[in-house]
Design a protein around this ligand. Structure first.
Ligand code: BG6
Length: 491
């Protein structure tokens, strides 16, 4: 990765001892530091109520983050350099206590100030008010909001209002880490740096699109958060809709923040609203029960909740439509769930069949329509399924074969984690890969009636065994339209 040193900065992480900081933020910053991207004076200031001193935090951070850094990138000199950048400040945001220490630290530097709110959304407003009261919100300050931004439209607006009362929109970076994934950025490049696809990228040539984010993990230690959220709020309202936007958007005039975000917003606004009876027809929600994942027995969701009854969905499949000229009549099937049979995220663009077969005696099956599969993770890559002639005499026999591009084989480099890219974008002040307020609210406006219809129905989610591909109703949902889910074999 080319090294371009970022501007001098202080990155202040509220929730600095939490799970996100340990698993994602510190390892990402360590790796950027290792590549020489952090300026010499850059500091990372963890804020928490843990009452640690800086030396204690440095030891704790180094011990805890190690498990999340690739083993070949971990070396003593680099760890020592990185941990010397770490500081800890104890602040009780609700008690307005401890701010002077942070102010004193920050006043000693004059670089960019990034406030990363890796804490509960209910604290976003109070943290921002505290930053303002302590004079920390000037032009060189930026605030990063982790999801979830609200749990419905009203709460998202409230949070956006509270943060917006303190920071200007261009200072607010709403993270959707899917946008920082290499393969997701590559989707934009694939579409707009190649002349080949764009003329076909519409309802004339495309039959339907599938977006799958399948996880084999359960909710584990996050059950408290997850049970108030569920798969629609946790994954669909943000990650899956953002992927849909990138597939469906019109070409932006430039790869720049507002040009891209304007186009994504138009897609969200063009989504056909699902409400009432349509929700029951076009969505499926499920919850896992005990089963086997990779041959190992795993508990059901209710057991992870200590046996408490819950109607929270851990799986969603739905059929969406983008109502505009380009996409009229092209369904977008979205699917995500926990404790499924595999970890795999992919976008499948299914093209239409050839209009007429010139090959006598060749069945429809051999003339399989072209399919473009973008594998987001793991084994990042893409496949274009084409029909070819099987070599050999004895007439024309056709066979579908994939043209494969594996990023690992082609580029021979490590795929950086999304947070590495996104954190550096914040420091550089580039919001292209972040969500604007109107996008977040448009996504909630679409998701909210689905949640309401599920609640009103009074029925529980369908059960599916852990280690399967989800409830059978998800298969029926797509088969009803004469289509099937494409579960790519391991690549
Ligand atoms: C998070 C969700 O935003 O994304 C988690 O809250 C989910 O529930 C995670 O597991 C998936 O991210 P990734 O990068 O592992 O696909």
């Amino acid at each position: 990765m080319p090294t371009q040193v970022a501007p001098d900065c202080d990155i202040v992480v509220f929730g600095g001892t939490g799970d996100l900081a340990v698993r994602k933020l510190l390892p990402a910053l360590y790796l950027r530091d290792n590549d020489g991207q952090l300026a010499d004076g850059a500091r990372i200031i963890a804020v928490s109520r843990a009452g640690l001193d800086t030396a204690g935090y440095r030891d704790k951070a180094a011990a805890e983050m190690r498990a999340f850094v690739p083993a070949n990138a971990w070396n003593t000199a680099a760890v020592d350099r990185f941990t010397a950048r770490l500081h800890h400040v104890t602040i009780d945001v609700l008690e307005h206590d401890g701010w002077h220490e942070l102010t004193a630290l920050l006043d000693a530097a004059d670089g960019v100030r990034v406030f990363y709110l890796a804490c509960a959304p209910s604290l976003f407003g109070p943290v921002c008010a505290g930053l303002q009261a302590n004079g920390l919100t000037g032009e060189r300050s930026r605030v990063v909001l982790e999801k979830p931004i609200g749990r419905d439209l009203a709460s998202a607006r409230r949070i956006n209002d509270e943060v917006g009362a303190v920071f200007a929109e261009e200072q607010i970076f709403r993270i959707d880490h899917y946008l920082g994934k290499e393969t997701v950025q590559n989707l934009v490049v694939l579409r707009f740096a190649n002349a080949l696809l764009e003329p076909l990228w519409n309802s004339g040539s495309i039959d339907h699109v599938q977006i799958t984010v399948s996880e084999d993990i359960g909710v584990g230690g996050r059950v408290g958060y997850y049970d108030t959220s569920g798969a629609l709020r946790d994954m669909v309202q943000n990650h899956l809709l953002q992927l849909l936007c990138l597939v469906a958007m019109e070409p932006p005039s430039r790869f720049e923040a507002d040009a891209v975000r304007d186009e994504k917003l138009k897609v969200l606004q063009a989504l056909r609203p699902l409400a009432g009876a349509e929700v029951h027809r076009d969505t499926v929600r499920g919850q896992y029960v005990a089963g086997l994942v990779d041959g190992k027995a795993v508990p059901g969701y209710a057991q992870e909740l200590d046996g408490a009854a819950s109607r929270t969905e851990t799986f969603v499949a739905l059929r969406a439509e983008v109502q505009n000229w380009r996409w009229a009549g092209v369904p977008f099937y979205l699917r995500t769930g926990k404790r499924l049979d595999r970890r795999a995220s992919e976008i499948v663009v299914q093209f239409r069949p050839v209009p007429h077969s010139i090959f006598p005696g060749v069945g429809d099956e051999a003339l399989a329509p072209n399919r473009l599969v973008l594998r987001l993770q793991p084994n990042e890559g893409m496949h274009l399924h084409l029909v070819t002639k099987e070599p050999g005499p004895g007439g024309v026999r056709l066979r579908g074969v994939p043209l494969n591009l594996s990023f690992a084989d082609t580029f021979k480099s490590r795929t950086p984690d999304a947070y590495e890219r996104l954190l550096m974008d914040v420091v550089r002040g580039d919001p292209t890969l972040f969500m604007r307020r109107d996008e977040v609210e448009a996504a909630w406006a679409w998701a909210e009636p689905i949640l309401a219809a599920w609640k009103d129905s009074g029925t529980p989610p369908r059960r599916y065994s852990a280690g399967t591909s989800g409830p059978t109703a998800a298969t029926t949902l797509i088969e009803r339209d004469g289509r099937t889910w494409h579960d790519e074999e391991a690549i």
